[in-house]
Design a protein around this ligand. Sequence first.
Ligand code: AKB
Length: 316
Amino acid sequence: MKRIIITGALGQIGTELTVKLMELYGEENVLPTDVHKNSDNEMITSKLEILDVRDFDQMDELVKKFKPDTILHMAALLSATCEKDPLLAWDINMNGLINALEVARIHDLKFFTPSSIGSFGESTPKKNTPQTTIQRPNTMYGVNKVSGELLCDYYYDKFNVDTRGVRFPGLISHIKEPGGGTTDYAVDIYFEAIKSGKYTCFLEEETYLDMMYIDDAIDAIIKLMEADAKSLSTGNAFNITAISASPKEFTTEIKKHIPDFEIDYDVDPVRQKIADTWPEQLDCSEAEKQWGFAPKYDLEKLTTTMLTAIKEKYKK
Ligand code: AKB
């Protein structure tokens, strides 16, 4: 990657990814885009171009002007939001994706887009979930993610577009909060632990899901995009994860820092139903073997990092 355009640059992943890319590749070589400009991150907003990913002409125009060699397509609605408005989810997630793939085909760009643990379903093996396995999700988000994986494979086979991607677990960050995801509790719990010392969780205490700290997620994107194509059997939809944990385990870890921290449960049936169809622990051996995926944060290190950073934020 030398010159990069990003969609969804103000989203949960996009915000930190854009900053990291600007540091690594130079601010002048990164073009952040999003559908709005509401952020206090000057580094991003000063360069940001407004782009609705459903508008192919607008995307094509920006690519013609900026002349990137890579597009990182991050703009998407998350799982719980998709269930509220499935047609809007299809419109943004699928039409946005095919537009990004088309500009990649026409302008010969390297391409990245994230899939998710949401691409799996009830009939998928829950533990040690293989790289290639049953994918029959029953959520609109899952349908979008599986379709997206197939579309990326299609563009790779049919048009030789260098499409790459990973299946992300729940991502945890203290800089930008997620919006509308099923795994969002794993971010909220840290903020509430610092703000009020208690948290009401919307998933059941024994619900295990894959999770990862945002720095590991961003390293994974960059590592995969920089990997030699010859070492990859497929570029798409690699399983990756760092932590498999439940709300109860997050609580135990937080209590080591804040012994009086309290949790109770008010389960949201929509998000619980989604979580119950997702795996508990992905097998990441293909990502490890093919491009050296190696996350650095376990639950202990993640918890110390999150609590320290959030405490600092609220001191100001
Ligand atoms: C969500 O919960 O929707 C996302 C995801 C796991 O894809 N964080």
